[in-house]
Design a protein around this ligand. Structure first.
Ligand SMILES: [Zn+2]
Length: 306
């Protein structure tokens, strides 16, 4: 099966700690790597976890709070030093362009690769990347400043052609494509072999959603419904619910409630306040609502599976 997984590069909130970097993660689908958020030190984490920089062509920035994008200048500088030539797509608030234009003046070897900006829409759901293999949607979260969540889905796959049937009926290559699209096969003697005998359905497309930073917001549920895995921020424990609301963040229990209501496969919580030296309390609270809850830890790899 095509690899589809998420490596957590940073799981802390505003302040990085000695064992947690600021928010960043890499989603791998087959040989494509998507970077979501790029907190300070992201390139160090990419090195530590042996993720090849050159495979990253798309970077998604949820919002312009420093702990979610201050790693970009360093990463872009390294891209330049490594001789990158391929275009780099950055999906973020349009203001990031001013910030990066200023930074790029100090990055050696300018113009060696092109940055293509894709301004995010913070008012409604938007399809921001759609190709043969994957589809990425952005949708508004509820934070102090404009902020987007992202959903990454595999495209629907063609059914599998059964090898024994190809051999049995000696099906020519041209017909195999049509069968994959749903046609029956007519043998040279004129017998009709129904499509259902020739194929077996492929596994349903997998999907992953990323939601940070946000306060408890049920409006996002239609965007993340039934995903195989949800990453949701859980900055505070339940006893700080009022503070979470005031600062536009979520408690671990609330994150689990969203996971439950959206019927997701599993939940990874992250973006922990630096006050939690051991976030076990956050995990326990999440599990009391939604048993398939896990802690995001820097370096941890989560498989996205049906
Ligand atoms: Zn924020």
């Amino acid at each position: 099966m095509t690899p589809f997984n998420v490596t957590i590069l940073g799981s802390s909130s505003a302040l990085p700690t000695s064992c947690r970097f600021s928010t960043s993660q890499v989603v791998r689908m087959n040989e494509k790597y998507l970077l979501i958020d790029c907190g300070e030190g992201t390139q160090m984490q990419l090195r530590r976890y042996k993720i090849r920089f050159s495979r990253i062509d798309h970077i998604f920035i949820s919002h312009l709070h420093g702990d979610h994008f201050f790693g970009l200048p360093g990463l872009l500088s390294s891209f330049s030093l490594l001789g990158r030539e391929r275009d780099l797509h950055i999906y973020a608030h349009s203001e990031i362009q001013d910030y990066l234009n200023c930074q790029m003046r100090y990055i050696k070897g300018d113009e060696d690769f092109k940055i293509i900006h894709h301004p995010l829409n913070f008012k409604r759901t938007d399809v921001i990347l759609d190709n043969k293999k994957m589809r990425v949607e952005s949708f508004p979260l509820r934070h102090r400043i404009p902020c987007c969540g992202f959903k990454i889905s595999e495209q629907k796959k063609d059914p599998h052609l059964l090898k024994e049937m190809i051999e049995k009926y000696d099906i020519p290559i041209a017909d195999r494509v049509k069968i994959k699209e749903g046609s029956d096969f007519i043998t040279s003697k004129g017998d009709i072999i129904p499509n259902s005998r020739l194929t077996k359905p492929s596994s349903p497309p997998r999907s992953y959603a990323f939601c940070t930073d946000t306060m408890y917001e049920e409006k996002i549920i239609p965007n993340i419904e039934n995903v195989n895995m949800l990453y949701h921020e859980a900055t505070f424990a339940d006893d700080m619910k009022d503070w979470a609301e005031k600062t536009y963040h979520t408690t671990s229990k609330q994150a689990a409630e969203i996971a439950l209501k959206a019927n997701v496969g599993k939940l990874a919580i992250g973006h922990f306040s630096a006050r939690y030296k051991n976030p076990k309390i956050l995990l326990d609270e999440a599990k009391s609502v939604f048993s398939e809850s896990y802690l995001a830890e820097d370096g941890k790899v989560f498989k996205i599976e049906n």
